[in-house]
Design a protein around this ligand. Structure first.
Ligand SMILES: *[C@@H]1O[C@H](CO)[C@@H](O)[C@H](O)[C@H]1NC(C)=O
Ligand SMILES: *[C@@H]1O[C@H](CO)[C@@H](O)[C@H](O)[C@H]1NC(C)=O
Ligand SMILES: *[C@@H]1O[C@H](CO)[C@@H](O)[C@H](O)[C@H]1NC(C)=O
Ligand SMILES: *[C@@H]1O[C@H](CO)[C@@H](O)[C@H](O)[C@H]1NC(C)=O
Ligand SMILES: *[C@@H]1O[C@H](CO)[C@@H](O)[C@H](O)[C@H]1NC(C)=O
Ligand SMILES: *[C@@H]1O[C@H](CO)[C@@H](O)[C@H](O)[C@H]1NC(C)=O
Length: 420
C-alpha cells in the first residue's frame, strides 16, 4: 500500500505558500484580462459565420432534423435538459432504436453536433439510420445549471464530481429514456468523461447493466497510469493542497460563476489578433491533428461550459494514485466514509456487458496504454484502435473523417447487438 501522508507533510512547508501566491497572481492576471477584453469589446462578430454560433436545437433544425427538449430531475434534485432527435431528415415516425450519447468534461450535448456544420454529425448520422438519438447533459453544464432548491451561483450546488454524475445523472437519464421509449435497454456512446460515468454507474450498481444493449466508449477516462504531461502530473501530486485552496477561495466552479467561460475564451480568441495564438495553445493541449478543421474553433469555444473543481481534482487523484477509485477525503475521513484508510477502487471487473473501447494512439489525455489496461479488467471488452496513428482526444468530436473512420465501424459493430 502506498501512503501519501508524507506529501501532505512536506506540502505544509514553503512550497505551497509560493504556489498559493503564484496561483493568486495568475487568477488576478486572468481577471484583469477578462475585464480588459470586456471593456474593449474586441470581438468582430462579422468575421464569424453566424452558423457557428447557433444553439444546438437551431443547428439541428436548420439542417432538417426534428428536435425535442426534455427536462428531467435527478434523485438529488439537479435539473438536466436532454435533447432528442427522434428520427432522421426524411422520416416522420419515431425511430425504433434508442441511443444515448454522453459528452465529456467541459462539453455538452453539442459535442455530437459540431460537425453538422459540414453536414455530418454523430447525432444526424444515427438519426438518419434508424436510431432515436438522445443527447444527455450532466449537472453543472450549460444545460444542467439548475436544481430544485440549490442556487447554481453558490458553492453547495458544485460539491460533486463525476462520481455523482455517474450514480445520479446517468441513472436518471437512462431510466427516463427507457420509460419514454418503452424499451428494456438502449445503445450507449460516451466520450471521455462520458465513459468514466458509465464505469462508475455499472460497477457500483450492476443492476443497471441490463439497461445497456451495447456500449461504445470513445477515449473513456478511467485508469490514468500512462499520463505523462509534466505540468499536469505535478499539479495532480498537489491535489490535496489544491482542494484546500479551492475551499479557502470558495472556488468550486471553474471558472467562477461571474465569468462565462465561453464568453471569456470567445472574447479573447475569436476574431482578434489572438486567434492563432489560441489555436496554438489548443493544439499544444490537445495534440496536433490534421483532421480537425480550425473553422470549427469558434463553435468549440462558444460551447465550452463550467466544470466542478471536484471533477478535475478527482481525475487528479486518479493520476496521482495510478488507480481508478473513489474520492479521497484523506485518511481520517476515508475511514469514516469507506471504513478504509484509502478510497476503494471502482470494481470495474463487475462489468460483464459488452463494451467496446475506441481509442487513438495520438491521444495525450486518455492514453492508449491505459485503455488497454482497462479493457483487460472489464469482463467483455473489445478494443478498437483508430487506424489513423495521430487520432487524438478531440478527433472523436471534430475529425473531418469521422464518418468513414468512426461512425461506420462503430455502427456496424453496434448493429450486431439487438435492442429489447
Ligand atoms: C432525404 O431525401 C432526399 C431527397 O429524396 C435525398 O437526397 C437524401 O439523400 C435523403 N437523406 C437521407 C439521410 O436519407
Ligand atoms: C451542407 O448541405 C447544404 C444543403 O444541402 C449545402 O448547401 C451546404 O453547402 C453543405 N455544406 C457543406 C459544408 O458541405
Ligand atoms: C414514466 O412515464 C409516464 C408517462 O409516460 C409517467 O407517468 C411515469 O411517472 C414515468 N415513470 C417513471 C418511473 O419515470
Ligand atoms: C508521452 O507519451 C506519448 C505517447 O506514449 C509519447 O509520444 C510522448 O513522447 C510522451 N511525452 C513525454 C513528455 O514523455
Ligand atoms: C447567477 O449569476 C449570474 C451572473 O451574475 C446571473 O445572471 C444569474 O441570474 C444568477 N443566477 C441565479 C439563479 O441567481
Ligand atoms: C460477451 O458478450 C457477447 C454478446 O452478449 C456474448 O456472446 C459473449 O459470450 C460474451 N463473452 C463473455 C466472455 O462473456
Amino acid at each position: 500500500m502506498k501512503f501519501r501522508s508524507n506529501d501532505t507533510h512536506s506540502s505544509s512547508g514553503k512550497g505551497p505558500v509560493k504556489m498559493a501566491q503564484i496561483f493568486h497572481i495568475l487568477v488576478n492576471i486572468f481577471i484583469l484580462t477578462f475585464r480588459l477584453a470586456d471593456g474593449q469589446n474586441s470581438l468582430d462578430e462579422n468575421s464569424v459565420d453566424p452558423d457557428l454560433l447557433l444553439r444546438i436545437d437551431q443547428m439541428l433544425e436548420k439542417h432538417g432534423y426534428p428536435v425535442e427538449i426534455h427536462e428531467i430531475s435527478t434523485k438529488d434534485g439537479y435539473l438536466l435538459t436532454l435533447f432528442r432527435v427522434p428520427h432522421g431528415k426524411n422520416d416522420t415516425e419515431v425511430n425504433p432504436k434508442p441511443i444515448l450519447m454522453m459528452h465529456g468534461l467541459a462539453g455538452t450535448a453539442y459535442n455530437f453536433v459540431f460537425t453538422e456544420y459540414f453536414n455530418v454529425s454523430m447525432a444526424g448520422y444515427f438519426a438518419d439510420r434508424g436510431y432515436d438519438v438522445w443527447l444527455g447533459n450532466t449537472r453543472g453544464t450549460t444545460y444542467g445549471r439548475k436544481h430544485i432548491h440549490l442556487d447554481p451561483n453558490k458553492t453547495k450546488f458544485w460539491k460533486f464530481s463525476w462520481h455523482e454524475i455517474g450514480l445520479y445523472d446517468l441513472s436518471s437519464i437512462v431510466d427516463y429514456i427507457l420509460n419514454v421509449t418503452r424499451r428494456n435497454n438502449l445503445y450507449y456512446v460516451g466520450h471521455s468523461q462520458g465513459g468514466t460515468i458509465f464505469y462508475v454507474l455499472t460497477s457500483l450498481r450492476p443492476e443497471y447493466q441490463k439497461k445497456f444493449a451495447q456500449v461504445s466508449l470513445m477515449a473513456p477516462g478511467g485508469l490514468m497510469g500512462h499520463f505523462n504531461n509534466s505540468l499536469m502530473l505535478s499539479l495532480s501530486k498537489r491535489h490535496k493542497m489544491l482542494y484546500k485552496m479551492a475551499e479557502n477561495a470558495n472556488l468550486f466552479e471553474i471558472p467562477p460563476p461571474w465569468m462565462s467561460l465561453s464568453e471569456f475564451t470567445y472574447k479573447i480568441c475569436i476574431g482578434t489578433i489572438m486567434q492563432s495564438f489560441c489555436e496554438a495553445v489548443f493544439f499544444i493541449i490537445n495534440g496536433r491533428s490534421e483532421d480537425i478543421d480550425v473553422k470549427l474553433f469558434p463553435m468549440l469555444l462558444n460551447t465550452l461550459t463550467s466544470v466542478a473543481t471536484m471533477q478535475l481534482l478527482h481525475y487528479a487523484q486518479n493520476i496521482d494514485s495510478v488507480k481508478f477509485r473513489q474520492w479521497d477525503y484523506g485518511t481520517e475521513k476515508n475511514i469514516e466514509v469507506y471504513g478504509l484508510p484509502e478510497p476503494p477502487d471502482y470494481p470495474v471487473e463487475n462489468i460483464k456487458i459488452p463494451v467496446t473501447i475506441y481509442y487513438g494512439y495520438g491521444d495525450t489525455v486518455a492514453f492508449a496504454g491505459d485503455q488497454e489496461d482497462m479493457c483487460r479488467r472489464l469482463r467483455n471488452c473489445t478494443k478498437y484502435m483508430m487506424p489513423n496513428p495521430k487520432w487524438n482526444h478531440l478527433d472523436f468530436l471534430l475529425s473531418k473523417n469521422m464518418e468513414k473512420e468512426l461512425f461506420e465501424p462503430l455502427m456496424e459493430y453496434m448493429e450486431t447487438f439487438k435492442i429489447s
